[in-house]
Design a protein. Structure first.
Length: 576
């Protein structure tokens, strides 16, 4: 969760809660307004749930209104929304299928007196029939984003019943941050995602903040049954600041435990990640905790059954603006490539990480504060539990610039990345590479052989006409000072003297390996994800690429560079 958003939420939380929970009028009551402005009223209406969805009109930038749904005397849904009282920019869909045949009371605060917005409460059997869905101008074509609304942190990533499950922080009712709900999407191949409805909704513990999920194969929790292990999800209730538990035995519907499994520890504590530690035969939770004077820390806890947790140790990170080990922790073990030795990795939301040892209670860092990704606006990455091939697969929140020109969705996820631990010239380091499954998106191939590039050389990529692209390039800079690959108007420039890579104002070190650079670049509508140094550098850069520019160019300046290989693949969309 972004820090500034979190503190905004904290400072305004009681105002929001009071606006939600003290709407008790069952009839329209006028609120005093200036005489020349329409009066605002609180609104209540009863309707029978007959279809699957309640349709809510949204106007981007309109004043936020609090909405509640009451069923059987219980406030089952509450959220704020930029409510359209005239022509909406888009429609949000609230699932009411579980209450079919029941009377539902709809309460709204402060709508214009005489407004007709809810005169006929609109219901629908489907969550929209937008023929332009997934084709929008700023929709990433091979990056997951929700049908509608805002998304940020990936949550609860786990493989279960033949599917990869991606939960995510979701505002179903607006394209800005808020109303934190766990959205839910599934995939069989890590590429093509299907949203299956929101899994966890705000309740008395507060909005549903980030966390993780595991499969309780041994049924230590007693929440599963023989042959039907439970998927157990952990999240932070952002009112109680306690850690809570929900579970599912079908991968679609969830029940919440009736009380938190871990009360608040100190100040801000959130984002529980849980793993099974086989040597000690117990569960381990890592949890972000803010200590006194802004000290970031990761608390380690253990449990035999996922319900009862014991604090066993903690590790300090940065302080204040130093984001080392701040928010959204991730903890896993990896084998060092080419050996049988294993090490543990502890990361925070900005992807800085430590490498060390873990005995089931205490993590001892051996190398600390190493850079993970070195791009722009990649945050809060998490990895899949229970990955069927034993890989460590990561997806991060990519803060793409999509809240414009009438879009009804905002933000996206990165492509899936495979993490490995390798011994490099710099020492032990994590590497990131695109998962092999992405090769399944390849369509047309442009292949170019060896060549020399220097002053006056023709552009070898002049024949390429492309939108979605995967580019693989190997070169030795030789005497060239700079080697530049222009990807649809976005220059990717390598400074050979400084051994640095620069993209749209973002610069990162990219050392040569045996005198060469090997790049893999994925280009979508919303930016580039660049891999260099055989995965040592991962550099995502968010930038909206002009749709009319479908060109590539490759050049060298200040000398001659030797190109070993160039392959360009036109990619298919994951959405159709």
């Amino acid at each position: 969760m972004v820090n500034r958003l979190l503190h905004f939420f904290k400072s305004n939380f009681m105002k929001i809660v009071s606006g939600i929970f003290f709407l008790t009028l069952l009839s329209i009551t006028a609120w005093g307004q200036q005489s020349n402005a329409p009066a605002e009223v609180n609104y209540s209406n009863y309707f029978t749930a007959e279809k699957n969805f309640l349709v809510l009109p949204v106007k981007n930038g309109a004043p936020k209104r609090n909405i509640e749904l009451w069923v059987d005397g219980v406030n089952t849904r509450f959220f704020d929304i930029e409510l359209a009282e005239d022509t909406p920019d888009w429609l949000a869909y609230l699932d009411i299928s579980q209450w079919k045949g029941k009377q539902v009371e709809l309460r709204v605060d402060k709508i214009k007196q005489g407004s007709r917005v809810f005169n006929a409460v609109a219901q629908s059997d489907t969550d929209g029939d937008d023929s332009n869905l997934y084709k929008e101008k700023f929709r990433g074509q091979f990056h997951f984003s929700p049908k509608r609304g805002w998304t940020n942190d990936p949550n609860g990533m786990v493989y279960y019943n033949g599917e990869y499950h991606l939960f995510f922080q979701h505002n179903p009712y607006g394209r800005g941050w808020g109303n934190m709900t766990w959205g839910h999407a599934v995939s069989k191949d890590l590429l093509h995602w299907e949203e299956v409805g929101d899994a966890l909704h705000p309740d008395q513990s507060g909005p549903m903040f980030s966390g993780g999920a595991v499969i309780d194969e041994k049924n230590t929790s007693g929440l599963g049954s023989p042959g039907k292990p439970a998927m157990v999800a952990f999240y932070t209730g952002a009112r109680s600041w306690a850690q809570c538990l929900a579970w599912s035995t079908d991968g679609r519907t969830f029940q919440k435990l009736d009380k938190p499994v871990l009360p608040r520890i100190n100040k801000d504590n959130r984002d529980p990640k849980v793993i099974w530690h086989e040597p000690s035969k117990q569960w381990v939770m890592v949890l972000y905790v803010e200590r006194d004077k802004g000290q970031h820390s990761i608390q380690f806890l253990t449990s035999p059954n996922l319900k009862n947790w014991t604090k066993v140790s903690s590790v300090n990170g940065g302080i204040g603006g130093d984001g080392y080990l701040f928010e959204c922790p991730e903890f896993f073990e990896l084998k060092i490539e080419g050996s049988n030795e294993k090490k543990w990795i502890l990361t925070g939301a900005n992807s800085e990480y430590a490498i060390g040892t873990f005995d089931g209670k205490v993590f001892k860092p051996e190398i600390e504060k190493l850079k993970g990704q070195q791009g722009r606006d990649f945050y809060a990455a998490q990895t899949f539990s229970n990955e069927p091939k034993g890989r460590r697969i990561e997806i991060g929140w990519w803060r793409t610039n999509t809240d414009r020109e009438g879009m009804n969705f905002n933000q996206s996820m990165s492509i899936p990345l495979e993490l490995k631990l390798e011994s490099r010239a710099q020492g032990l380091r994590l590497t990131r590479m695109p998962v092999k499954e992405l090769e399944g998106l390849r369509d047309k191939t442009y292949s170019f052989g060896k060549m020399k590039l220097g002053k006056g050389s023709a552009n070898p990529l002049a024949s390429v006409d492309i939108e979605l692209a995967e580019i693989r390039l190997e070169f030795a800079p030789g005497t060239a000072k700079d080697v530049a690959l222009n990807v649809r108007g976005v220059p990717v420039v390598y400074n050979a003297e400084k051994q640095q890579l620069t993209i749209d104002g973002v610069t990162a070190p990219a050392p040569l390996i045996k005198g060469k650079q090997r790049w893999i670049i994925y280009a979508d509508r919303t930016g580039l994800e660049v891999f260099a140094g055989d995965g040592l550098l991962f550099m995502p850069v968010n930038i909206n690429i002009k749709p009319e520019n479908r060109t590539l160019s490759l050049s060298a300046s200040g000398g001659t560079a030797a190109i070993s290989d160039i392959k360009v693949y036109a990619l298919k969309s994951i959405w159709h």
